[in-house]
Design a protein around this ligand. Structure first.
Ligand code: FES
Length: 110
């Protein structure tokens, strides 16, 4: 399992905003949804769109390229034209920092 990685101080991470970072070799987008921190891989499974630039409605993000939708809590696709899920990432708050971690079993050494 990979290490926890700092995203941003909780105080500086405003509601409704997104932070981008690399976790291992994966681009990850971390969202502040009404004070809840949720993270997914930032690559749409349809054709590689940057999900962080999409519109958020509730817990769903819409890919800005062709409109596929994903659940930010699980990475599950909820609307075509994408059919594969994106990877969800674990988040936590530790010592005033929002942190993210890759918990996918095939990324054991992160
Ligand atoms: S690249 Fe995201 S819907 Fe096409």
């Amino acid at each position: 399992m990979s290490e926890w990685i700092d995203v941003a101080p909780v105080d500086a991470f405003e509601e409704g905003t997104v932070q981008l970072l690399e976790v291992g070799r994966t681009e990850v987008a971390v969202f502040n949804i009404a004070g809840e921190f949720l993270a997914i891989e930032d690559v749409c499974t349809h054709d590689g769109g940057t999900l962080a630039e999409g519109d958020v409605e509730g817990y769903e993000i819409e890919c800005p390229r062709h409109g596929a939708r994903f659940d930010l809590r699980t990475g599950k696709v909820t609307a075509p034209p994408a059919y594969e899920d994106v990877a969800p990432f674990a988040t936590r708050i530790h010592a005033g920092m929002v942190q993210v971690r890759d918990e996918r079993p095939d990324r054991a050494t992160g």
